[in-house]
Design a protein around this ligand. Structure first.
Ligand code: IPD
Length: 267
């Protein structure tokens, strides 16, 4: 598929993403949001607003493109026939959303024949937006203008500010805590901001030197991962493609050193 087709799909992702973000903003009550259900663990939660947001995105996308596939965090997978799949997290950073911490995002990725083609992320609380098209770069939107993102070189390990996150499952968190105890003294500091999509966009802008996390689903990282790679970052897994086992992202100049440390610490 051409870059022009990627742009068209990105435009649709942005139109629908902005509508979805507005739905969440306008229905979120002041204070804490009620949890509707739990998923993989008592701390892996979903709200009625997550579900309504995904319904809106799914309905709008499939109304425009009825032959596409759809994979979302809150609904059953739909297999399409066009070769295009939408990979959607209606609210990435649900825990932040529930608590009112302003870092939660609509994340919409577009895959064509198994390869990420376009990605769109909007921070629902702040309105900040990012986009990327395969081979055409990554940018932050300022109004309708695009500020192109070229990820800055990362700092040496001892000065690195590293973003990460922790699993919802208790036993895996215990293992991660031990690995983090080995990792933390080797770098300047870590941040846990609670949205994988926003972490990847922030990394592309230079807020962090590296991001890694174990246990992400495809919808958490599909759109942000393309923003990161199109800004010039390396995004990989423990031994090959990024997957649920591990997503690691950093500037190519430091990537090998950073990633080797993650492995050595036992993540
Ligand atoms: C979560 C966020 C969080 C990460 C979790 C994800 P959700 O997504 O991206 O930062 O640590 O692993 O599951 O559940 O809020 O959509």
């Amino acid at each position: 598929m051409s870059a022009a087709a990627g742009e068209e799909l990105l435009d649709l992702a942005r139109t629908v993403g902005l509508e979805a973000a507005e739905l969440v903003r306008s229905t979120r009550p002041v204070g804490r949001v009620d949890v509707a259900a739990t998923k993989s663990s008592p701390t892996d939660v979903v709200t009625e607003i997550d579900k309504a947001c995904e319904r809106l995105i799914r309905d709008r996308l499939l109304a425009e493109r009825p032959h596409d596939g759809f994979m979302g965090e809150e609904s059953d997978e739909l297999v399409g026939s066009s070769g295009v799949d939408w990979i959607v997290d209606p609210i990435d950073g649900t825990v932040n959303f529930i608590h009112g911490i302003p870092a939660y995002a609509v994340s919409i990725g577009v895959r064509h024949d198994g390869r990420m083609l376009a990605g769109y992320v909007v921070n629902i609380a702040t309105g900040e937006e990012w986009g990327a098209v395969l081979g055409s770069g990554a940018w932050r939107y300022v109004g309708d203008d695009r500020v192109v993102l070229l990820a800055p070189e990362a700092a040496p390990l001892a000065r690195a500010v590293v973003a990460s996150g922790f699993h919802y499952v208790r036993e895996i968190r215990a293992k991660q805590a031990a690995a983090m105890a080995a990792f933390l003294p080797q770098v300047a500091d870590i941040r846990r901001t609670g949205s994988a999509a926003l972490n990847l966009c922030a990394l592309a802008e230079g807020q962090f030197d590296m991001y890694f996390e174990e246990g992400l689903h495809l919808w958490d990282q599909a759109a942000g991962g393309l923003v990161a790679t199109e800004s010039g970052l390396v995004v990989t897994g423990l031994d090959g493609e990024p997957d649920e086992r591990m997503v690691m992202a950093a500037h190519p100049a430091m990537a090998e050193e950073y990633f080797a440390l993650v492995r050595a610490c036992g993540f």
